[in-house]
Structures are given as C-alpha cells and as structure tokens.
Design a protein around this ligand. Sequence first.
Ligand SMILES: [Zn+2]
Ligand SMILES: [Zn+2]
Length: 122
Amino acid sequence: MNNTTPATVNCRVHGRQSTNYACQHVVQSLNNGIPQGFWWSASSGNDARPVAWCNACEAEVNEFGEWNETYQATANIMPLCEKCYELAKAMNIKKKQKKWWHVWKSLSTSSGRSTGRDGRSS
Ligand SMILES: [Zn+2]
Ligand SMILES: [Zn+2]
C-alpha cells in the first residue's frame, strides 16, 4: 500500500520468494539445525514476517535497549526467503522449548541427586 516494492530473493531451495530478514544466527540455524531462538519486535504487529533474531541477539538488544550499530553488526541481519523464514521460525521456536526442557531437566537431576539412576549399578 505504500510504495514499498516487495523485494524478492532467489532461494537455493525454494526459488524466487518474497524477501524476509533475520539475524545471521537464525539463518545459520537453518543450515546447521541448531535452534537459536526466534524473536521479533512486538511493534511489528501487522507484519506477517517481521525481522527476526535469535536469543543471543535478543540479549544484546535488551542490554543496549535499542537497535544500534554494535547490535546490527552482531546480528548481521540477512535476507532469506519467506519459506526459509517460516522453517526457521517453526524450527527455532519448537526445538528451543523442547531443548530447554531437556537441559533444565538434566541439569536439575544431575546436580540435585547424582545418586539416582545413571545406568551404572554396582
Ligand atoms: Zn542472532
Ligand atoms: Zn528458501
């Protein structure tokens, strides 16, 4: 509706798609399968696919309180196709929660009670 021409990207996987943006870590997570978290600005409410970033970048944003050059260098926002964006979103949100559960569980069981069942009975 504004005169923003919808940019497109030629994705290796999905072909030509509309362009979306995410931090380099989110983009990386698509390649290495390691969830990095997935955040976006609450103020971009009516944007279907707002710029997204990972846990580390979120922590940095919280520290600085706003986007700035340091943060932008860290985040290194990169274009990715809308399908990749959706994949990254699903992957990072889902697996992040699962993983954190696992991490927390294993942390609390191993530090709390180490005499439990670790598979080695004497
Ligand atoms: Zn990031
Ligand atoms: Zn793609």
